[in-house]
Design a binder for this molecule. Structure first.
Ligand SMILES: [Zn+2]
Length: 99
């Protein structure tokens, strides 16, 4: 697989179907996690400084739910979880909806 310019494509475990981006909701509203999903600043790291105690508790709650479900976190994105040891176990999907 390569892009049209010959460079290898950027591949994430989302492309393999083994990663999810999740947050917590209550009463149809997202809970305060300290940043929005896809905020790639240092505040998105699980153990970032400057978070309120409530934001830390919310992140730890999500971490507990996801790890009990069998997913592993990545250090730099509080919302990203993936199946452990999944690299190279599943093919990369480059299209959706084709049967
Ligand atoms: Zn992700």
């Amino acid at each position: 697989m390569s892009s049209c310019d010959g460079e290898p494509p950027i591949v994430s475990n989302h492309s393999r179907g083994v990663a999810v981006d999740v947050t917590l909701m209550q009463d149809e509203r997202t809970i305060d996690m300290g940043t929005e999903i896809n905020d790639l600043t240092i505040r998105a790291w699980h153990l970032s400084s400057g978070l309120t105690q409530k934001q830390k508790t919310n992140r730890h709650t999500l971490l507990a739910i996801m790890t009990i479900a069998g997913f592993s976190p990545i250090e730099s994105e509080w919302w990203h979880y993936e199946l452990p040891n999944s690299v190279n176990r599943f093919e990369i999907f480059d299209s959706i909806g084709e049967n």
